[in-house]
Design a protein around this ligand. Structure first.
Ligand code: SF4
Ligand code: SF4
Length: 432
């Protein structure tokens, strides 16, 4: 019997907790030029409106409709896939966005995140109910954004309760998205203990641009100072993000940003270059500036630099606007030899987005993929027509490795080094 059906990772396993509604995802996509996504599960006014059954029923309803060609809010989403999804829905990702209070007004954000709402329900109480109902996979990822999380009145106690939740589910990781305008000592303590990962988007290299993009006058200098404090301890995992949007991606701005990063000793952090999700296409100028930005960060020996999947999906089309772009030029940029074959570590959405939007990663340059979870000799798993092998196979090879993950880049990198694989084999140059 064919068990394949249409669904997506988020329908199968995510819940986003807004202040007055639960959502399946935070995915945005364009259908006929109109932005869609952020699909709601149901509205919430109090804990009485929350029920495990309601969440499961709503998820199943969308999946059934998708598979019976009945219109849904997910129609046209690039995350939909027909494959052997598990029949049982188990939650493996929770995004805590339970309040919408923020001390910024970023140009790419909306009322949904800074509208000023407090949570209309007790999150921990419902988390316990979900746990009692055994709705989780063993290991769950927690992301916590907002609003600005540290502005929540009970941020400290909530963080403590979440990180000490118990043995089921365990937490794969807890990621806090803070703008770092305000220093928070609880957050700092948890960073020093290696219990959380902090992501802060900076988006400006000058005060003038900061005011324009972040929509406020205070915080520019503080962000750099706070990030310097937060990242002091080698155990601290800090990701500095830069969302390219209108007015913040010219070379002068990038130069000023990188200079500040260097001055505040922040090259010890990981970097993620992103783009405003509201912008459907990148221009050739912004694509070239992304390459410039990537190389500038490499030059100051940033721990890691990544293009996130918003950029991955858009950069190839933008670069193709340049009639002089060539495979040779991109090969030089990536440091790959024309006949070199590499190992790609990861077979998830990021790997797909990278390969689909690459001008150099093709059959002749991929040796094999590595994925611990999907690997099964019995099934003879393949991905893009290449074998999926084990981490040990990578250890026994001498080929260079491209880590195809944005969320788990650091985790995979540590794992690779822990296996005894030489750091020199990790490709840090830009592959497009
Ligand atoms: S299909 Fe797309 S829009 Fe629908 S839940 Fe999945 S990620 Fe969200
Ligand atoms: S800091 Fe985050 S929540 Fe606040 S306005 Fe900016 S993007 Fe929105």
């Amino acid at each position: 019997m064919n068990k394949k059906f249409i669904s997506c990772e988020d329908l199968q396993g995510s819940v986003y907790f807004g202040p007055d509604a639960l959502r399946h995802c935070c995915q945005r996509f364009f259908v006929k030029g109109k932005m869609q996504g952020d699909v709601e599960i149901f509205k919430v006014n109090s804990n009485d409106d929350l029920s495990v059954k309601k969440i499961l029923d709503e998820k199943k309803k969308i999946i059934d409709n998708l598979n019976n060609k009945i219109p849904t809010a997910c129609d046209g989403c690039p995350k939909l896939e027909r494959k052997n999804w598990k029949k049982d829905i188990k939650i493996n990702k929770m995004s805590i966005e339970i309040h919408s209070k923020c001390n910024a007004r970023c140009s790419y954000c909306s009322e949904m995140y800074y509208g000023g709402l407090n949570p209309k329900y007790d999150f921990i109480k419902f988390y316990e109910e979900l746990s009692d109902n055994k709705i989780f996979e063993e290991d769950v990822s927690i992301t916590w954004g907002g609003g600005e999380p540290v502005l929540l009145k009970n941020f400290e106690s909530l963080l403590k309760k979440i990180s000490n939740f118990g043995s089921y589910p365990t937490h794969k990781d807890i990621r806090i998205y803070s703008n770092s305008f305000i220093y928070n000592d609880t957050l700092h303590k948890y960073l020093n203990e290696g219990k959380i990962i902090l992501t802060t988007s900076v988006d400006a290299g000058t005060y003038e641009t900061f005011k324009k993009v972040r929509g406020v006058k205070k915080g520019f200098k503080e962000v750099f100072k706070n990030l310097e404090k937060y990242s002091e301890n080698p155990k601290a995992k800090v990701i500095i993000k830069y969302i390219l949007t209108s007015g913040n991606h010219e070379k002068d701005e990038i130069d000023s940003f990188v200079k500040l990063i260097d001055e505040h000793k922040l090259s010890r952090c990981n970097f993620e270059i992103s783009s405003d999700y509201k912008i459907e296409k990148l221009t050739l100028n912004s694509a070239n500036n992304i390459i410039y930005f990537y190389n500038k960060l490499q030059n100051i020996k940033a721990k890691s630099v990544l293009l996130d999947d918003h950029v991955r999906k858009r950069i190839k089309d933008a670069l193709l606007l340049d009639k002089k772009i060539s495979e040779d030029k991109l090969l030089k940029l990536s440091s790959l030899n024309p006949d070199e074959k590499i190992i790609i570590w990861g077979t998830g959405g990021y790997a797909k987005a990278t390969i689909k939007n690459s001008m150099i990663l093709n059959d002749k340059r991929i040796a094999f993929f590595v994925d611990e979870k999907q690997f099964s000799k019995k099934n003879n798993d393949k991905f893009y027509n290449k074998e999926i092998k084990t981490p040990e196979d990578a250890l026994n090879s001498d080929k260079r490795i491209f880590i195809a993950s944005s969320t788990y880049w650091q985790v995979i990198h540590e794992k690779i080094l822990g296996l005894g694989i030489d750091n020199q084999r990790i490709i840090k140059q830009l592959i497009i």
